[in-house]
Design a protein around this ligand. Structure first.
Ligand code: AMP
Ligand code: ZN
Length: 112
């Protein structure tokens, strides 16, 4: 499958990794929108939040554990935002589910 995040997960495409385990990888976004901007993805291909099922949801729960760990390791004590863009209107451009972990500045709300 021609999926850029599958290729990052299997090492075919390099990334600046901050965390990796058997099921999840986290790496810095190429075009950061905040001083800290990390993408956390499952290694298995799940297209979007619309494709989460009882069979694959454990890895999504694990992603939030990884986010909590990263927030401590990276000392994001001022807070952070987790964003999951889903589908065209949601602004999803890479069709492999990913969670943006953004921090380091006051983020506007509601998001455009
Ligand atoms: P989204 O618009 O929610 O689908 O987010 C996709 C994100 O992936 C964007 O923030 C891009 O900057 C980022 N991105 C695309 N290709 C790469 C890559 N090779 N390495 C790191 N980040 C990437
Ligand atoms: Zn993929």
């Amino acid at each position: 499958m021609d999926c850029i995040f599958c290729k990052i997960a299997n090492g075919e495409i390099p990334s600046k990794k901050v965390y990796e385990d058997d099921t999840v990888i986290a790496f810095y976004d190429l075009e950061p929108q905040a001083p800290t901007h990390i993408l956390v993805i499952p290694k298995q291909h799940i297209t979007s939040a619309a494709d989460i099922t009882s069979e694959n949801s454990a890895v999504i729960a694990h992603i939030y554990e990884v986010i909590a760990k990263l927030s401590k390791d990276l000392k994001l004590e001022n807070g952070f935002r987790v964003v999951n863009n889903c589908g065209e209107d949601g602004g999803q451009t890479v069709m492999h589910i990913h969670f943006h972990l953004m921090a380091g500045r006051k983020l506007a709300w509601p998001a455009g």
